[in-house]
Structure formats: structure tokens, C-alpha cells
Design a protein around this ligand. Structure first.
Ligand code: SAM
Length: 168
């Protein structure tokens, strides 16, 4: 799943990765993003196995029953470069989507969140994500952070979650 399609770079990567027998779901609230991704995937010849959905990722349960398993997911947070910078991902909806995905993730599955926190509102989302992910039980989840340590201006960083076992 690409939870934040934007211009579709990650969606295209995931579509390539799963191959013709796989399936990728991509969510974005902006029509501009869905259209750009559509063109990119069409050009790459991978549109057939991608379901692009113009809706918030917090509505994942409306599109994927809980029995539908997900092997991997990417969130690229913040705003769409070159578009309206006031349209940003938000703590509550990002957490709702993350929790829905965690339920559907297979054992060994990975969720990668790329956290941009230099824009207005970004720090709130970063703090909410850290608060939640740092408290996940280590018996069930590996939680890692990965980031630049020598860059100025709030460099983005990654939070990665790997499911160690199926949750009861
Ligand atoms: N990975 C993308 C790419 O390759 O271009 C960039 C993603 S951009 C940093 C963040 C995207 O999240 C924006 O396109 C924005 O419209 C989208 N977004 C914001 N709120 C959202 C939500 N609730 N659900 C899904 N997408 C959302």
C-alpha cells in the first residue's frame, strides 16, 4: 500500500515490486496527485495491478476488509511538492490509517513512514507518531528510526515497523 500517493513515485516502485500477480492500493485526497500517479503508472505499464483511490487513508477499512492482508506499506508524510502546502497529512488521520494497516499487516510485513517535520504542523505529526510507535510492545513489533544526523533544517527521517508475530 502507498498511503500517500502524491506524484506516484513510491506507488510505481511498489507496483514494480509486487509484479503482475500482486496488487497495490494507493490513497491520496488530492485529484492532482491521483491524476499524476495515473499517468506515471500508465507510462510504466503497471497501472493494471494498482488501485488508485482518491480518499483519505483513514478510510482504509472502507476499502480493505480486516481479513485482507497487506505485506508492506509506505507513508510519505507532509505536503505534495509543487502543490498547495496547506494540504498536509495530520496526526489523527495518519494514526488511524497506521493502526488499520497494522491490523492487516502479515507477519514479517513492514510499514515505512517518511516523516517530514519542518513545515507548519509537521512537528505535531512527528511527536504523535513517536509517542505511539515508541510504546509498541517489543514482543510484537520491531520499531526503528533512521535519519540524517548532519543535516540542517529538520531533515526528514524514517520510522519503520516490522510485525514480528500475528496479533491476537
Ligand atoms: N510519495 C509521494 C510522491 O512520490 O510524490 C509524495 C507524497 S506527499 C509528501 C504527501 C501526500 O499526502 C500529498 O499528496 C497529500 O495530498 C497526501 N495526503 C494528505 N492527507 C492525506 C490523507 N488523509 N490520506 C491520503 N493522502 C493524504
Amino acid at each position: 500500500m502507498d498511503a500517500t500517493v502524491g506524484n506516484g513515485h513510491d506507488t510505481a516502485f511498489l507496483a514494480e515490486l509486487v509484479g503482475p500477480s500482486g496488487e497495490v492500493y494507493g490513497f491520496d485526497i488530492q485529484q492532482q496527485a491521483i491524476e499524476a500517479a495515473h499517468v506515471r503508472l500508465q507510462e510504466a505499464g503497471t497501472l493494471d495491478h494498482v488501485r488508485l483511490i482518491q480518499d483519505g487513508h483513514e478510510t482504509i477499512p472502507d476499502y480493505l476488509p480486516v481479513a485482507k492482508s497487506v505485506q508492506g506499506a509506505v507513508f510519505n508524510l507532509g505536503y505534495l511538492p509543487g502543490a498547495d502546502k496547506s494540504v498536509i497529512t495530520l496526526p489523527d488521520t495518519t494514526l488511524t490509517a497506521l493502526k488499520a494497516l497494522m491490523k492487516r499487516l502479515t507477519k514479517g510485513g513492514i510499514i515505512v513512514l517518511v516523516v517530514y517535520h519542518g513545515h507548519p504542523g509537521g512537528a505535531n505529526e512527528r511527536d504523535a507518531l513517536r509517542h505511539f510507535t515508541q510504546r509498541l510492545p517489543q514482543s510484537s513489533w520491531h520499531v526503528l528510526e533512521y535519519g540524517f544526523t548532519n543535516q540542517i533544517n529538520h531533515p526528514p527521517f524514517i520510522i519503520a515497523l516490522e510485525k514480528k508475530r500475528n496479533l491476537s
